[in-house]
Design a protein around this ligand. Structure first.
Ligand SMILES: *[C@@H]1O[C@H](CO)[C@@H](O)[C@H](O)[C@H]1NC(C)=O
Length: 137
């Protein structure tokens, strides 16, 4: 009973997301994604945390988070990878998180969020998409 209760509490707090990869043979594979807060409200911030595994060492690069609705890109935020994780990224597990500003005028509804990593020579090394719902309040 105690174990079950702990599991339920754990599930309530960890907001793991179903995602798909959008790159063949990525050098960085994504193991899990979490978003915070659980309810995404326009005009607020959304933090996306990605746990991944890198097959290569990365000294620097870019992270791009974008969100689109019906293939129309509404949000695009490009930042330096090393501002969002510890660099260099060694081979193995690592995590990166990015905070996205959701525009106050974003239309409420379901968006496809894309999270991409680029290496120093601007080659895409990871691409993941997942759905998020933006609410008006
Ligand atoms: C970036 O990734 C490409 C493809 O994996 C690789 O050929 C290139 O050497 C990488 N650049 C750096 C600086 O590691």
């Amino acid at each position: 009973m105690k174990v079950l209760l702990s599991l339920l509490i754990l599930c309530a707090y960890i907001n793991a997301i179903t995602f798909r990869t959008c790159l063949n043979n990525p050098s960085v594979t994504v193991a899990s994604i979490e978003t915070n807060p659980k309810t995404i409200i326009r005009g607020n911030e959304l933090t996306v945390s990605v746990n991944g595994n890198s097959g290569v060492e990365i000294t620097r690069g870019k992270v791009i988070a974008s969100a689109s609705m019906y293939s129309v890109e509404i949000i695009r935020q490009e930042e330096q990878l090393c501002d969002h994780t510890t660099c260099p990224i060694r081979r193995g597990d690592f995590s990166v998180s990015q905070t996205i500003d959701i525009p106050v005028d974003a239309f409420p509804g379901f968006y496809t969020l894309k999270f991409q990593l680029y290496n120093e020579t601007n080659v895409e090394i990871s691409c993941t998409t997942f759905k998020v719902q933006i609410k008006s309040s």
